[in-house]
Design a protein around this ligand. Structure first.
Ligand SMILES: Cc1cc2nc3c(=O)[nH]c(=O)nc-3n(C[C@H](O)[C@H](O)[C@H](O)COP(=O)(O)OP(=O)(O)OC[C@H]3O[C@@H](n4cnc5c(N)ncnc54)[C@H](O)[C@@H]3O)c2cc1C
Length: 399
């Protein structure tokens, strides 16, 4: 029997997962190994729903062992720090793993706040979602029991991109339709939510019509949008900016992300943002058998849709390669844009048409529902969402 091709995928996010799933469809003479820092896939688009009690934290994560329970995939947990490109070896937990084809899918890391404080939390990992929810509930408990210094409660979300917007509006809805229905104090007029961006507008990479729909929603929820606002320092609850001082009990930092990958030789080309430059078939420039998918790839949007598409595209082309066929070029065309805007409301644009409202929210939910990896998690998420339609969201504080 022919020796099996060793395919190693580093990173099991949207890109790495869809590459692995595509490769498995084709019954290849290959040994597939998936390596990740953690033993689970994290469904990041629903992370803000952990912070706002919409979903239990274990519902947006799924163990790779369960995703691939009937499949022939080696799952290894650990961090890949370096790649020996000449010897075609990577090391994990002091074990060397040789590869014939290496796929880098290590995504991007959150740009951290340069200021420290226990009231400043980034939104990237599931633990961040839990920490935000816990802090919101701590503050509500403090005010309700008269232990807070004032009756006023102030939240600030930093970053006017999709993550900042979805977080802000879901928080605004959580406050109105769950927290204030259970807690006696504070009142709605005592709570302020600020959305801070250094740019002159929000959602700069999205279509203007989606921006307009979002601004209407921010206004409806009474969110105070502060544009052209550069943060100079954060001292405890005080955000010092170029035009004013903003007070906030909780600061949610959603400024952006930066491509991350194991140490690579200087000969590997990167763009000005540090993303890896690849050819038409996602092969890393100046390397013989390393491919890349997801947020770390130059020339593609940094979103789950692009990462999933790249994974499928690469999986199909590696299959062709192993079957000694020519790789087939395809250009990435996004299907559309969707953004949830708090409550049962979302806005979306596809085929040149922008729509917003309950129906788009339903499409947004359905799209994500079908992308959740296992049937068990799909059902559990569906049940949670259904219950949220009729009752207040969860207020359990898992510190
Ligand atoms: C809060 C938040 C909300 C988002 N909302 C949306 C949304 O609504 N819609 C949308 O389209 N996109 C959204 N995104 C963006 C989306 O999550 C990313 O674009 C997508 O996850 C990129 O996929 P990826 O495979 O490149 O990376 P990731 O999904 O980040 O996966 C990378 C994987 O690599 C692993 N890894 C990293 N370094 C190493 C290493 N050295 N060794 C081993 N493993 C490693 C990580 O543990 C991780 O599992 C959101 C992102 C965040 C943070």
């Amino acid at each position: 029997m022919l020796k099996k091709t060793q395919i190693v995928i580093v990173g099991g996010g949207f890109g790495g997962l869809s590459t692995t799933q595509e490769l498995l469809k084709h019954n290849l003479n290959a040994e597939i190994t998936l390596i990740d820092l953690k033993n689970y896939f994290l469904f990041t688009p629903l992370l803000h729903e952990i912070a706002t009690g919409s979903l239990d934290e274990n519902l947006i994560v799924t163990a790779y062992k369960q995703i691939f329970k009937n499949e022939d995939v080696n799952i290894l947990i650990g961090e890949i720090k370096e790649i020996d490109i000449d010897k075609k070896i990577i090391s994990i937990n002091d074990t060397n793993i040789p590869y014939d084809i290496l796929i880098l899918a290590t995504g991007a890391k959150a740009i951290k706040s340069p200021y420290s404080g226990k009231n400043i939390i980034e939104l990237k990992m599931v633990q961040d979602g839990i920490a935000i929810k816990s802090m919101i509930l701590d503050l509500m408990d403090c005010i309700d029991s008269g232990q807070h210094k004032t009756i006023k409660l102030k939240f600030a979300v930093v970053g006017g991109g999709p993550t900042g917007i979805e977080m802000t509006l879901d928080l605004a809805d959580y406050v109105r339709n769950s927290l204030l229905k259970i807690y006696k104090k504070p009142d709605l007029q005592d709570i302020e939510i600020f959305l801070i961006t250094k740019d002159d507008d929000i959602l700069l990479r999205m279509h203007p019509s989606l921006r307009k729909a979002t601004l209407t929603r921010l206004d409806k929820f009474g969110v105070k949008l502060i544009t052209n606002c550069e943060i100079h320092n954060i001292q405890n609850n005080r955000i010092l900016t170029n035009n004013k001082v903003i007070e906030a009990d909780l600061i949610i930092w959603t400024i952006g992300v930066k491509a991350q990958y194991p140490l690579l030789p200087n000969s590997i080309e990167r763009d000005e943002k540090g993303k890896l430059i690849v050819d038409d078939f996602l092969k890393l420039n100046n390397s013989s058998s390393i491919y890349c998918v997801g947020d770390l790839v130059s020339g593609y949007p940094m979103d789950a849709q692009a990462a999933t598409w790249q994974g499928k595209y690469l999986g199909k082309n590696i299959t062709r390669l192993l079957k000694k066929q020519k790789m087939a070029y395809k250009q990435y065309k996004p299907l559309g844009e969707l953004i949830s805007l708090g409550g049962q409301y979302a806005a979306g644009r596809a085929f040149g048409i922008t729509m917003s409202g309950w129906f788009v929210w339903f499409i947004w939910r359905t799209t994500y529902f079908f992308r959740i990896p296992t049937t068990r998690k799909k059902i559990a998420v569906g049940v949670n969402w259904f219950l949220n339609l009729f009752s207040t969201r969860d207020l359990t504080n898992l510190k």
